[in-house]
Design a protein around this ligand. Structure first.
Ligand code: NAD
Ligand code: WQD
Length: 342
């Protein structure tokens, strides 16, 4: 098997496309599968412009095991990064079966094919959502998970458990679950970034679309939380830093470092940032004023969550490097690029 080759499932998406760039920069050969259910083929053009490399691409639904097995037959990658999932929390509450089917079946197909074709290393995209409203802050990887409050969150917990059990049952497999905090920003080239469909649920795309005049006004959901300025605290992780964490995870497994065959890492900055602070840094970074108002709390939001990143720092040798101001400049540059704003 080729240890310098990686299959990226969901590699045309937001986090996937940035990860493909960093894998190529680190000397890996990349095969992308994506059914483009929440992304655009243009992200692969962006990857090509940034790196000079056009990764091999298959328009395949990972839920279609037969089609996915053809990709395993044709390529000798020894590692897989699995991003291919739906991610809208609210939609998952309305259409739970859609989320359980896509997120669980796609991952189980990947794991079964890895065993069948003798592939070793897998990285799974987990989420800080598994911690829910944690009793201790910052959260470490040993902070107990809370019962999921959405089907989406449940698919992350279940997928972590499926990975743990699969690795336990198959000595040929090794797995890492990365629990991302709040990924934001875009590649500094502004050639790839986040492309939400419809009205954005997440804070930063809502901010950039408001600055671009597509949304009238940002609603800040709640200023009566038990936090220093009353708005929620989150750990916003730059997308390029996050992409590099995947390379660190793959390197660790490819080099057979460490004894554990299943590991979990928090991927964040370790720094809590409030909604008001984020808005103000965005305004200062880009020298503009944002139209915003305070609105009632949003159902399901936890008051605060941020990461203890000690394990990722020490074991993966990875740490978040980009300053929030640069991340928010890149987010705005990307939005302008997409909208054709000078
Ligand atoms: P995204 O929607 O941009 O990327 C996911 C990609 O997977 C898309 O390109 C989509 O077309 C593809 N896909 C979905 N189902 C597929 C299937 N069955 N077969 C093939 N391709 C499929 O989302 P993202 O923000 O890049 O998230 C990537 C992963 O990280 C997801 O698993 C998500 O749950 C997880 N995650 C995201 C965040 C976040 O805030 N963005 C936070 C924590 C975890
Ligand atoms: C951040 C903060 C909002 C929009 C979600 C998922 C989580 C993970 C990351 C996948 C909160 C506030 C937001 C707005 C606002 N995804 N906000 N006005 O909710 O922390 O996490 O994305 O795994 O599972 O739940 O991210 O960007 O939606 O919100 O005031 O218009 O911004 O209340 O405090 P969240 P977010």
């Amino acid at each position: 098997m080729n240890s310098k080759s990686v299959l990226v499932a969901g590699g045309a998406g937001y986090i996937g496309s940035h990860t493909v760039v960093e894998l190529i920069n680190a000397g890996y050969e990349v095969v992308v599968v994506d059914n483009l259910s929440n992304s655009d083929i243009s992200s692969l053009e962006g990857i090509n412009k940034i790196t000079g490399v056009k990764p091999t691409f298959y328009n395949v639904d990972c839920c279609d095991k037969g089609a996915l097995s053809e990709v395993f037959k044709r390529h000798d990658f020894n590692s897989v990064i699995h991003f291919a999932a739906f991610k809208a929390v609210g939609e998952s509450v309305e259409q739970p079966a859609k989320y359980y089917r896509n997120n669980l079946l796609s991952f189980m197909n990947v794991l079964e094919l890895m065993v069948e074709y003798g592939r070793r290393n897998v990285v799974f995209s987990s989420s800080a959502t598994v911690y829910g409203d944690a009793d201790e802050l910052p959260v470490t990887e040993d902070t107990p998970r809370k019962p999921a409050t959405s089907p989406y969150g449940n698919t992350k917990q279940m997928s972590e458990d499926i990975l743990r059990d699969s690795v336990r049952a198959n000595s040929s497999l090794r797995g890492i679950a990365l629990r991302y905090f709040n990924p934001i920003g875009a590649h500094p080239s502004a050639l790839i970034g986040e492309l939400p469909r419809g009205v954005p649920n997440n804070l930063v795309p809502y901010i950039t679309q408001t600055a671009a005049g597509i949304r009238e006004c940002l609603s800040i959901f709640g200023q009566d939380y038990p936090t220093p300025d009353g708005s929620c605290l989150r750990d916003y992780i730059d997308i390029v830093d996050l992409a590099k964490a995947h390379v660190a995870a793959i390197d660790r497994m490819v080099e057979e470092r460490g004894k554990e065959s299943y590991e979990v890492f928090n991927i964040g900055t370790g720094r809590p940032v409030s909604v008001f602070e984020l808005v103000h840094v965005f305004e200062e970074a880009n020298n503009l004023k944002l139209n915003y108002k305070v609105a009632p709390r949003r159902a399901g939001d936890v008051p605060a969550v941020w990461a203890d990143t000690t394990r990722a720092n020490e074991v993966l040798g990875w740490r978040a490097e980009r300053a929030l101001v640069d991340t928010l400049k890149a987010a705005w540059q990307w939005e302008r690029n997409v909208r054709g704003i000078e």
